[in-house]
Design a protein around this ligand. Sequence first.
Ligand code: DX5
Ligand code: ZN
Length: 213
Amino acid sequence: MNQILPSLFAADLMNLKEECDGLYEEGFQILHVDMMDGNFVPHIAFGPEQIKSIKKQVKMKLDVHMMVSAPEHQIASVLETGAEMISVHYESTPHIRYVIDQIKQHGRKAGVVINPGTDPSLLKPLLNTIDYILIMSINPGRPNQTFITETIDRIREIKALIGSRDIQIEVDGGVDEHIASKCMEAGASMVVIGSYLFADNKAHLKALKNLEK
Ligand code: DX5
Ligand code: ZN
């Protein structure tokens, strides 16, 4: 089944509860939550305490995208939020395997994220332990950027690397419904959408929902 994951970072901060309830009512099942530390990426966004509050209020599952340096120091707090899916950037730590193992030991889905400049073959040592690979289709840290077109080839390359393993591919950044459809054709089953989904709420939202099958 293909899924569209709304990105909370693009939602109206003053109306988060209403926005999230609306998305749930439309049938979206997973909310993508960006965690930014002002170091690995320039911006600062949702930290573990905020994510914990969001988790209590929101009916969707949470997919936390950790854009932080030294995630090994933060993973315990992120696990405490109760998030069902947690992904960590390959580039953010020499201890990637440790962080992934922590996520798995707590019974959550573990993802590894790669930036547009990272060679996918570097993920080989992790393939037997992760549940999903998040392919960044922009340079992480800001919404509303242009989709990097080479991402489609990277999805195919990573799909081949995964082979018969049960690993899902997620794409994040600069996606609209046409690009989402191309990503799905290439092998992605989860597509994160921020600005486009919230831009013209109902019209875009319904078109995107139709892509799920
Ligand atoms: C950016 C974040 C994305 C962002 C996507 O670094 O990881 O999740 O919110 O927003 P759009 O769809 O606007 O690129
Ligand atoms: Zn993200």
